[in-house]
Design a binder for this molecule. Structure first.
Ligand code: ADP
Ligand code: GLC
Length: 496
């Protein structure tokens, strides 16, 4: 008679192995870092046994205190022609007992940036993925779930089916791949197969791609992960369509039953105007005087004229085509001539956008300020100081800044796409409901009309206050969202 095992119950702690190329505050270029840190922190808060692996980049090593794990030093890994040696160190995630596991391999990670254009970029992240699995083996820790994030770690499900399939340690392991951004797929030449340790496993790869001479990391993950998630419900639908699927829509449609949209949460310990140490004055929805003081101080610091009656529009963003800045040149100069408003932009990324914002700040020195670079403290201050927050994204898997803006009383003006559509509700003058302004068509005219509507409502002090209060009352905390991940994990894990 077959032995029956009790199914995995909500009470059983799960062993979850998270692997990510970015974790805040250790290394961050965008929202992936915030989300990986929050997932780890909140899973642990719910008493799950979590390990989070990331590379030890140069800047992390400089800025954080690390503790080497003595029994996990100088582990050899063969990648094609070369053998690399990696070691593990840990560091505490601030404000949490949680320890992050760093894969130290100076040859691969001791470089200026997090991401590079170097020839071995594929090895950098394949090694991260394999190192996470090998550390599980070395420590005999059998994960229930291996959770990969974006293209960098998307080979994990395939590795478990091939190179590591012999090891009974992983017999019950299930995989989740979260797509934070389908715009980055990790496409490399097919001759890199050896470097990835997959030369003998060709049959598992997408044959059409191989025949055309390439390997697509993200696509491979989509093929083999037990479950796929993305970071909002709308984006989960959008990526199955031709406009946003970026070539992977057909495959995603085939996996539609295993594709879930889970909206990102916000870490209100970090992003909360009541207690944010990074802003000059703190405030709450009951008393917004501190917000006004933040605005005045920012305008003075950046040398643009402060005027309580002139709304301040904030932008904090990676400067890439995804974020929709193409819409701006046709409308911003007109608007800045016509309306008394201020614009503060903090951004990091492509030179063409930096050049544009530098030009704009030069053309309107009393109204526009631009800061190039990555500056977390300034990002918080802009949220606190601005009256409106602009995100005209071409596509937006989730977006965190619009949710931060809501909490800071900065009204989001966003395109109705992905997570922006799921988290910002349109202002309705008749009912006094809604939290922001949305536009549909990706055209300068559509954005112009929406900005004008926002500027018009700004003049109606009562209505504007209501809109701000509505936004500040929203709750997108991880306390809610984490439950959806746990439920998914529990559904995947085979009964014990
Ligand atoms: P994405 O991940 O596509 O960049 P999100 O809105 O999800 O977009 O997350 C962006 C995160 O990165 C936010 O926490 C935001 O404050 C931060 N960020 C983006 N650009 C900068 C910058 N130049 N300086 C500081 N923080 C930034
Ligand atoms: C990506 C997306 C962004 C999302 C973030 C975290 O970088 O562009 O919309 O919020 O990942 O999931």
């Amino acid at each position: 008679m077959p032995v029956r095992f009790a199914p995995h119950t909500a009470m059983d702690p799960l062993k979850v192995c998270l692997v990510s190329s970015e974790v805040a505050p250790f290394a961050k270029t965008g929202g992936l870092a915030d989300v990986s840190a929050a997932l780890a922190r909140h899973l642990q808060k719910r008493k799950h046994d979590v390990r989070l692996f990331m590379p030890l980049y140069r800047r992390t090593k400089r800025e954080h205190e690390l503790t080497p794990v003595p029994e996990l030093q100088d582990i050899a890994m063969r990648c094609g022609e070369r053998t690399y040696y990696f070691s593990i160190s840990t560091a505490k995630l601030p404000k949490s007992p949680f320890k992050v596991w760093f894969v130290r391999c100076p040859e691969l990670y001791d470089r200026e940036g997090i991401y590079t254009q170097d020839q071995d970029e594929h090895i950098r992240f394949a090694l991260l993925s394999r190192a996470a699995l090998e550390v599980c083996q070395w420590t005999q820790w059998a994960p229930d779930i291996v959770h990969a994030n974006d293209w960098h770690t998307a080979l994990l499900p395939l590795y478990l089916r091939t190179l590591y399939a012999w090891d009974k340690l992983f017999a019950r392991t299930r995989t989740v791949l979260t797509i934070h951004n389908i715009g980055y797929q990790g496409i490399v030449a097919a001759d890199k197969l050896r470097d990835l340790g997959l030369e003998a496993e060709k049959r598992f790869l997408y044959q059409e791609d191989l025949n055309e001479g390439r390997i697509n990391f993200l696509k491979t993950g989509i093929l083999y992960a037990h479950a796929l998630t993305t970071v909002s419900r709308t984006y989960a639908q959008e990526i199955q369509g031709d406009e946003h699927g970026m070539g992977l829509q057909h495959l995603l449609r085939q996996r539609t039953e295993n594709l879930f949209g889970i909206v990102n949460g916000v870490d209100y310990e970090e992003w909360n105007p009541r207690k944010d140490p990074l802003i000059p004055e703190r405030y709450s929805e009951r008393d917004l005087r501190g917000k006004e003081a933040c605005k005045q101080a920012l305008c003075e610091k950046l040398g643009i004229g402060y005027d309580a009656r002139a709304p301040l529009i904030g932008v904090v963003s990676r400067l890439t085509a995804q974020k929709g800045f193409e819409l701006l040149p046709d409308i911003l100069p007109v608007l800045l001539h016509r309306a008394d408003l201020r614009l503060v932009v903090l951004g990091n990324g492509e030179e063409r956008y930096e050049n544009y914002f530098n030009w704009l700040a030069g053309a309107f020195p009393k109204k526009v300020a631009f800061r190039a670079g990555f500056d977390n403290a300034l990002a918080h201050w802009i949220e606190a100081a601005s009256d409106m927050f602009l995100m005209p994204s071409r596509y937006e898997p989730c977006g965190l800044n619009q949710m931060y803006s809501l909490r800071y009383g900065s009204v989001p003006i966003v395109r109705r796409t992905g997570g922006l559509a799921d988290t910002v509700a349109p202002w309705n003058a008749a009912t006094g409901e809604g939290t922001g302004f949305l536009f549909d068509d990706f055209t300068p005219e559509a954005l112009f009309g929406t900005l004008q509507a926002a500027l018009e409502l700004w003049r109606d002090e009562g209505a504007w206050q209501r809109l701000v209060q509505n936004g500040m009352a929203q709750d997108f905390s991880w306390e809610h969202q984490i439950g959806q991940y746990i439920e998914l994990y529990q559904r995947l894990v085979p009964p014990r």
